[in-house]
Design a protein around this ligand. Sequence first.
Ligand code: TRP
Ligand code: ZN
Length: 475
Amino acid sequence: MTSTRRPATGRRAAVLRREAVLATVPVAVAALLAAAGPATAGTIGQSGVGDPYFPSAGNGGYHVRHYGLTLRYDTTSRHLDGTAVLSARATQRLARFDLDLNGLKVTRLTVDGAAARFSRDGQELVVTPRHALRKGQNFRVTVTYNGTPKPVTDPDGSHDGWIPTDDGAFVAGEPQGAMTWFPANNHPRDKSSYDFTLTVPKGRTAIANGVFLGERTAHGRTTFRWRQSEPMAAYLATATVGKFKVERYTTRDGIQVYNAVDPREASAAAPVLKKLPSVLEWESRLFGPYPFRAAGSVVDRAPDVGFALETQTRPLYDSAPDLSTLVHESAHQWFGDSVSLTSWKDIWLNEGFATYAEWLYSEQHGGDSAQKSFDTLYAKPAGHELWAYPPGNPGSGANIFGTPVYARGAMALHELRKAVGDRVFVRILRTWATEHRGVHGTTAQFVRLAERESGKNLDGLFHTWLYTKGKPDKA
Ligand code: TRP
Ligand code: ZN
């Protein structure tokens, strides 16, 4: 987990340069520009949702209700052909709006069936429909595109998105990579249902999110259909391709499980995957009902990825996971997937919670107690990376997957547990998952909920553990 700080690049640097230029233009020109502003400002969708860590991520002015993705991937040439149908609703009048798409070539774009003008500007696919869309209008965008998808490099130096493997592709989009394989409103603030129709060479399997609807082979290719009906953030979508052994069953709770395992990882993965139903049952007892109708795992062999991802309903592992990683990604189904971030700076709501689930699992299954996990971390000296920045305010996109977010985030929850007692603590977690099921949450909302459920003022505790720089004095 590196956290190399990188200088402002690309779009952000361009914005800074533009501001510098504007500062020097003659007053008359500046006045003209300002005058032109209000006339159009209300009709152009913003090029980002305003996330301070990822300013270009997502777009303003519309909500995508549903994505219909039809993809064909050639595992030999690594060429992708795609059609994306976005069913959206305008949240303001729109003469123009953006989608996020990184690389790939767009060959045709229609809005409600009529060809629309489009241009590319970094990750923004800028769309000008023939007629402006009214506020509240439902509309449909169809994008036909193709090319060789490539992962994006994130501020921390990791790669995500469409990552080719020796037998297909490992498709993991956190935080930015969804736009490497489909045009999207690429920020967790926008959640949508999805249908996937994925065609790959016969002998390969293509796995997406949600319920498996069936497969059909013809002319040397197999088409797999998937449906994710509960709302999902774009970064949690996958279309992972490879040679997989598939296992399907339904749990006692009626959850449809689909596991796909690279045969080279099968013997190492088997004893861990066998525990998936009992892990989901244990987490359901603790956090409330499992939020989706489907579950499963994709265990790939993707040696240069270096992380697992909580892809919705079906976490993705770059090699056979250990049990605590399975517990972690499963806990994300409640915390991160069902309850989504509003802003990437709140990432501890995902990673701190999933890490604390590992601690609780260990405590209740004959391993270390959560107190022991806490104490081991607390013993780290003040100069340790654990204390490098506070988890509630990691400071930049380069830090969102760093040790403080995971470990000190979990420590914050442990402090909360000690302050309110086990019964109230579990009630807080369940209420959080229930009240925000399928939608969003913020740190401020979590703090308020914890105070409401416990009847305690917890400002000091959260201030210390989430927001104070350096190693906290023990409470
Ligand atoms: N969210 C993942 C997990 O903890 C980790 C992850 C996703 C990640 N993308 C990443 C870690 C990029 C480092 C870099 O389960
Ligand atoms: Zn995680």
